[in-house]
Design a protein around this ligand. Structure first.
Ligand code: HEC
Length: 197
């Protein structure tokens, strides 16, 4: 066993090095860290029982979205509730999935919402208005032709898919409002409006 007086065999420029034993407290923290790391590795990586921080974050996001959606499903739709949904990433992601489905909104508005048969939803020109409740009503009820008022129509009602479907789609449209994706020119009867929330 080495003592505090023992030195290592080498000398550099006359400098010697003690050959002390590592302190027990230090060794213990080292051994415990080794043991802990095995448990950690098995728990999180080998068996995958525990959620890594990024996964845990996703779980908490999904829980928050589920709570928000439950409340949205139980309460009347308001301007504020729609704005709140449009700021929740998980709800917006669900709305995006609906929107980009080629059998749904993307068919007429394109997956990037830049417009095709339907208008560009990312510019600041609106036919019916850009208030959250107006957008919700447009998607819920659709818009039928009304020659007297100069409305072309052709936007179908999504009511059969249920209120939550419409609220998610609305949340997505609100989240991309004024992002100005280059695309279809504003409709002749559209008016330029500033985002109001
Ligand atoms: C069959 C084609 C079609 C589909 C599918 C469709 N839209 Fe439309 N949408 C239109 C047309 C056409 C208009 C313009 C109506 C008009 O000029 O009267 C419109 C208008 C709108 C408007 C109002 C734009 C404004 O300037 O006021 C919103 C918002 C909208 N659509 C969202 C959606 C969403 C969300 C979906 C999917 C759930 C969807 N649309 C699916 C054709 C479609």
């Amino acid at each position: 066993m080495s003592t505090a007086e023992d030195t290592r065999a080498h000398t550099y420029d006359g400098i010697e090095e003690f050959d002390n034993r590592l302190p027990n407290w230090w060794l213990w923290t080292f051994y415990l860290a080794c043991i802990f790391s095995v448990g950690y590795w098995v728990f999180y990586h080998t068996l995958g029982v525990g959620n890594l921080p990024i996964e845990q974050y996703a779980v908490e996001q999904a829980e928050a979205a589920a709570m928000l959606e439950k409340r949205a499903a139980e309460n009347p739709v308001t301007r504020e509730s729609l704005i709140e949904l449009s700021k929740n990433p998980a709800v917006v992601a669900a709305g995006k999935e609906i929107f980009q489905d080629m059998t749904k909104c993307a068919l007429c508005h394109k997956p990037d919402a830049s417009g095709n048969i339907g208008p560009n939803l990312t510019d600041d020109y609106w036919i019916y208005g850009n208030d959250p409740m107006t957008i919700y009503t447009t998607i819920l009820e659709g818009r039928q032709p009304d020659p007297a008022k100069g409305f072309v129509g052709g936007m179908q009602s999504w009511k059969p898919f249920g209120s939550m479907f419409v609220q998610r789609a609305t949340a997505y449209v609100l989240s991309i409002m004024d992002t100005k994706v280059p695309g279809k020119a504003p409709e002749p009867n559209a008016k330029q409006m500033a985002k109001s929330f």
